[in-house]
Design a protein around this ligand. Structure first.
Ligand SMILES: [Zn+2]
Length: 88
């Protein structure tokens, strides 16, 4: 998994987490509310871990800026392209 894939997975997890949180407000049964809240929290943690773990330049191994929906194509440190081939 590369930087871009990790970021898009992380975004997906965050969106699902938001849906779970909204869902927990609409659900009447407390047990289902708890499941939604805990599930949402777990997804947020996984999303953050993914982002932190994979947000490194593959060339100079320096950390890349953590931003949502703003994945740079070039490393700000060594100016190397992070993502070489976009089309598969
Ligand atoms: Zn770099």
């Amino acid at each position: 998994m590369n930087y871009k894939e990790a970021n898009s997975k992380s975004n997906t997890f965050l969106i699902i987490a938001m849906i779970l949180f909204v869902g927990s407000l609409l659900i009447q049964q407390w047990i289902l509310q708890m499941i939604c809240l805990v599930g949402g929290l777990v997804l947020i943690v996984v999303a953050i871990v993914l982002r932190v773990k994979y947000s490194k330049c593959p060339h100079c191994k320096k950390k890349l800026p953590l931003g949502f929906r703003s994945e740079p194509d070039k490393c700000p440190h060594c100016k190397e392209l992070i993502i070489k081939s976009e089309n598969r």
